[in-house]
Write a protein that binds this ligand. Structure first.
Ligand code: PGA
Length: 249
């Protein structure tokens, strides 16, 4: 059965000390609670090794990894390095990486392969920009992103992927997709996976929603049959805002 996951994406926020404090606070708050979802925090690289020591029931992930194995790539961090910190997840293909750092579907395909080779679970992000939504081509956009980066994977490897549908127009804008829009796209994504890998794998794939998810809309979003959790940016930066989203399940 697919898992419900609420993952925080800290983006480029928090000094090491601030990050440690936030992680400790979150772990303390969640301790002993019975949750209906797995909680993950995706932090800047520099936080990973230190934060791992402060958490036990919370999963840990990076927000990116290199598309190369190792060597002379100044400033890059490889999937093997991420895995060596003890992190279990890595966000790949976030729209901010696609838009500001030129990450193409082909580059992201390499990153996914390296993440899987290092036993990391990719949280693979897909989603259309506003002009694409306005032109009514959001399904084609998302289908192409999935096909070009993921559909050469073996069924066993595809089964290890977590997807995050993040309409770019909803990220950090306060403009959430409606619950109906989210369900419609998630159902389309699951149907696309079914077409390639079959119903069993599609049914077992967790598909998270991301884009201005918060305490007031999470319950509604998560109540949809094809929405298996959230990738949460701004609202993951404080326990007071993140906890109600976690408890929306
Ligand atoms: P947001 O970001 O929740 O701040 O909109 C989500 C994301 O980019 O993953």
């Amino acid at each position: 059965m697919r898992k419900n996951i609420v993952a925080g994406n800290w983006k480029m926020n928090n000094s090491l000390q601030e990050g440690l404090d936030l992680a400790k606070d979150l772990q303390k708050t969640l301790k002993g609670k019975t949750l209906q979802c797995e909680v993950v925090i995706c932090t800047p690289f520099i936080h990973l090794a230190s934060i791992l020591k402060e958490i036990d029931t919370i999963g840990l992930g990076a927000q990116n990894c290199a598309d190369k194995v190792s060597g002379a790539y100044t400033g890059e961090v490889s999937a093997a390095m991420v895995a060596s910190t003890g992190a279990q997840y890595v966000i790949i293909g976030h729209s901010e990486r696609r838009a500001y750092y030129g990450e193409t579907n082909a580059i992201l395909k390499e990153k996914v392969l390296l993440a899987l080779a290092n036993d990391l679970t990719p949280i693979f992000c897909i989603g259309e920009v506003l002009p694409e939504r306005e032109a009514g081509i959001q399904e084609q956009v998302v289908e192409t992103q999935i096909r070009e980066s993921l559909f050469d994977l073996s069924p066993a490897d595809f089964g290890k992927i977590v997807l995050a549908y993040e309409p770019v127009w909803a990220i950090g804008t306060g403009k959430t997709a409606t619950s109906e829009q989210a369900q419609e796209m998630h159902a389309f994504i699951r149907k696309t996976i079914t077409g390639k890998y079959g119903k069993e794998i599609a049914d077992n794939t967790s598909i998270l929603y991301g884009g201005s998810a918060n305490a007031s809309n999470a319950k509604d979003l998560f109540s949809n049959p094809d929405v298996d959790g959230g990738l949460i940016g701004g609202a993951s930066l404080g326990v007071d805002k993140f906890l109600p989203i976690i408890e929306a399940f």
